[in-house]
Design a binder for this molecule. Structure first.
Ligand code: PGA
Length: 254
């Protein structure tokens, strides 16, 4: 039985004060209305809000994650942040390979593999994102694209390290567009990803790995998506910026 995860990716939204207000609100709603949540809840605010967010969730069941990490442990990489730095402020998760990073910052599968590796070395749990563009889906290339993202992005990762790996399937055409993959479309790809993990790492790892869906998850479509056998929660963008909406999605995950 895989424990579901609901992770909020706040992207480049919210100042420090706004981030603190949102996290306090989310924490309050979960505490007051949903004490028995079993899903793992993660919020990924701006890097600047990581330390204070960690303090604000203390004593709750909420985890804090970063949105990106550099692959090297240290060095002359102006503006970058290492996995050890993220872990040093008490954050426990990190998003790697989000499509916006692939698209706007030329992040490749091989860079993702190095980021995954260095994140594990620092003890972080990785939310590794894969997913096809609209053109790739329309030309039926999505299977090959996803297979390559899994194959190359998990290069050098051991079965042991896979315990700290969460995959997020995020079709690029569904991110921030209001267009969600149907639950059947998502389930089909999730099952495919699980079969790839099975080939690469064997059945126990494939069965234990959480695979999240991301792309316009909302309170009104979350329950149906999360009911699919291979969908183990969601990576939420827009709806994670509203405490009430995010909470409804957490509730749908149980
Ligand atoms: P969205 O974003 O929920 O706003 O579509 C998802 C994501 O980018 O992780």
């Amino acid at each position: 039985m895989r424990n579901k995860i609901v992770a909020g990716n706040w992207k480049m939204h919210k100042t420090l004060t706004e981030s603190q207000a949102l996290i306090t609100e989310i924490r309050g709603i979960i505490r007051d209305e949903f004490r028995a949540n079993t899903a793992e809840v993660v919020v990924c605010p701006t890097t600047l809000a990581l330390p204070s967010s960690v303090k604000l969730v203390e004593g709750s069941s909420i985890f804090v994650g970063a949105q990106n990490v550099h692959q090297e442990t240290q060095g002359a990489f102006t503006g970058e942040i290492s996995a050890a730095m993220i872990a040093s402020v008490g954050a426990t998760h990190v998003i790697v390979g989000h499509s916006e990073r692939r698209q706007y910052f030329n992040e490749t599968n091989s860079a993702c593999a190095l980021k995954n590796k260095s994140s594990f070395a620092a003890g972080l749990t990785v939310l590794y994102c894969v997913g096809e563009t609209l053109e790739e889906r329309e030309t039926e290339q999505h299977w090959a694209v996803i297979e390559k993202q899994i194959e190359e992005g998990l290069t050098g990762i051991t079965s042991e390290e896979m315990h700290k790996m969460v995959i997020a399937y995020e079709p690029v055409w569904a991110i921030g567009t209001g267009k969600t993959a149907s639950s059947a479309q998502a389930q089909e790809v999730h099952a495919f990803i699980r079969s790839l993990l099975n080939k690469k790492f064997g059945e126990p790892v494939a069965e234990a790995t959480r695979i999240l869906y991301g792309g316009s998850v909302k309170p009104d479509n979350a329950a149906e998506l999360f009911a699919q056998p291979d969908i183990d929660g969601g990576l939420i963008g827009g709806a994670s910026l509203k405490a009430r909406d995010f909470f409804e999605i957490v509730k749908a995950a149980g």
